[in-house]
Design a protein around this ligand. Structure first.
Ligand SMILES: [Zn+2]
Ligand SMILES: [Zn+2]
Length: 230
């Protein structure tokens, strides 16, 4: 979340496997498996290709083109009810990010991330990623490559004590990473070459990222930006 969360891919660890989320019911289980499968590639029937490329401005504007019928649909409204219920709890938990992913995608990202993103917990400190960032790494997003990363990857840092932090910060971190993923979906690797115009911005958090992130924060009552970040 902080600084440059664009890094080289790293393999799944025993820790990321240990924190897999499992569904209570049979039908949702396969969705959770698809989300958490790091190896799902174009040969898999659930693999979903990326759409035609947009520039960052187009992708940004697309995010806020919600039609009335879109938000009136039963699926959207059901996701909204679940969101309100879940967000009434005070603290984070390890089950939340993975189980909420598809609802967050439906509510905020038009469902554009479904099956295109692989998300898991990871012990980012133990795989040696966070030292180079100087601050607390909350999560990171890795663009797809043709070699070892067939899909966009989001990793949420299990080394952060989320049970002590407000739920809106954990889910805000997840949505922050999902916003990176959204720009990768629509803009490819240009999705982290944003225009930087103000202090506090950087190449992966420029005007289009900030503008979208701030609107999402306000509408959904989340914290997407870490204020202690320099
Ligand atoms: Zn970020
Ligand atoms: Zn929508």
């Amino acid at each position: 979340m902080l600084f440059h969360d664009i890094v080289e891919p790293f393999p799944d660890t025993a820790i990321s496997e240990c924190f897999r989320a499992h569904a209570n019911t049979g039908s949702a289980c396969s969705e959770l498996q698809i989300l958490q499968d790091s190896n799902l590639d174009p040969r898999h029937p659930a693999y979903r290709r990326l759409p035609p490329l947009l520039d960052m401005r187009q992708a940004h504007n697309r995010l806020f083109e919600h039609s009335f019928s879109d938000e009136a649909s039963p699926g959207w409204q059901a996701a909204l009810q679940r969101y309100k219920q879940v967000m009434s709890g005070p603290y984070g938990s390890t089950d939340l990010p993975i189980k909420m992913f598809n609802d967050l995608d439906t509510l905020i990202f038009h469902g554009d991330l479904k099956h295109r993103v692989n998300m898991k917990w990871e012990a980012c400190d133990k795989v040696g990623i966070s030292q180079s960032f100087g601050g607390t790494l909350l999560g990171l997003t890795i663009p797809p490559t043709t070699w070892s990363v067939p899909r966009i990857r989001i990793r949420i840092n299990i080394d952060v004590d989320w049970r002590q932090l407000p739920r809106k910060m954990l889910i805000g971190t997840v949505v922050h990473e999902m916003l990176h993923a959204y720009y990768y979906v629509h803009c490819g690797v240009a999705g982290y070459q944003d225009v930087v115009t103000e202090r506090g911005m950087d190449i992966s958090h420029g005007v289009f990222f900030y503008s979208a992130g701030k609107r999402i924060e306000q509408r959904w009552g989340l914290e997407l930006f870490d204020l202690q970040g320099a």
